[in-house]
Design a protein around this ligand. Structure first.
Ligand SMILES: C[S@@+](CC[C@H](N)C(=O)[O-])C[C@H]1O[C@@H](n2cnc3c(N)ncnc32)[C@H](O)[C@@H]1O
Length: 213
């Protein structure tokens, strides 16, 4: 998937930092077409479990298709605000989700509630206006919180989680290539040879203290 192509490094870095491995149980909230869920399924193996949650019923079908033989992927239609799983998980993950929800803090709190004590909550969200095309800021009028990435560390702390690490990464390029194609897919406009910095993705790695439920 193109998004995985250009934003693959923040995902790989985050999963490496956590040491996600065989047997882990995780939920990808706002899983979309299931790109991250499938990447996680490869790592956790058949002894693990990946819940791919999305409010759009079409996403469930697409994730089920993408998961193919990975029977450890369970695609569920559920709003992030109502996140409820049959068991506690080791990791609750979201990417490009909180910018679209009404209340990012309450979604982070649901994610915190879904993980076991000492489990992980990881969010990767953009600072859209920090992206640049031809030196000019990007915008995303359809998103409720296009710059939510800039607030992630404080939102994580406000949800009662322990912030372990936070950083931002942005793919950049000029001319034809995956970054230009991604931008054209996002905006419908071909950037041609303009220099591009895609919206930086802020990653937060947070841990659930024993006292938070
Ligand atoms: C931009 S896509 C990101 C997909 C995927 N996380 C990724 O990084 O490739 C946002 C996804 O969040 C889902 N979504 C939006 N609001 C949601 C909500 N309140 N609860 C659950 N899913 C939601 C959308 O249906 C969509 O699939």
């Amino acid at each position: 998937m193109l998004r995985d192509d250009v934003y693959r490094r923040p995902l790989a870095t985050a999963l490496d930092r956590l040491g996600v491995g065989p047997g882990w149980k995780a939920v990808d909230v706002g899983a979309g077409r299931g790109d991250v869920a499938v990447a996680l399924a490869e790592i956790v193996g058949h002894g693990g479990r990946i819940y791919a949650v999305d409010s759009d019923p079409l996403a469930r079908d697409e994730t089920a298709r993408a998961a193919g033989a990975y029977s450890q992927v369970l695609a569920i239609t559920q709003g992030a605000e109502d996140l409820l799983l049959p068991e506690p998980v080791d990791l609750a993950f979201c990417r490009f989700l909180l910018l679209h929800v009404i209340d990012p803090l309450s979604v982070l709190a649901r994610m915190a509630a879904a993980v076991r004590p000492q489990g992980w909550v990881v969010a990767q969200e953009p600072i859209t206006s920090a992206g640049r095309v031809g030196g000019l800021p990007l915008s995303m009028p359809d998103a409720r919180h296009p710059d939510v990435g800039a607030l992630l560390p404080s939102l994580v702390r406000a949800s009662g989680l322990e912030l372990v690490d936070a950083w931002a990464e942005a793919p950049a390029d000029a001319g034809p290539g995956p970054v230009a194609r991604y931008l054209a897919e996002l905006t419908g406009v071909d950037p041609e040879d303009d220099p591009i910095v895609l919206p930086p993705l802020v990653t937060v790695l947070a841990r659930k203290p024993d006292s938070v439920r």
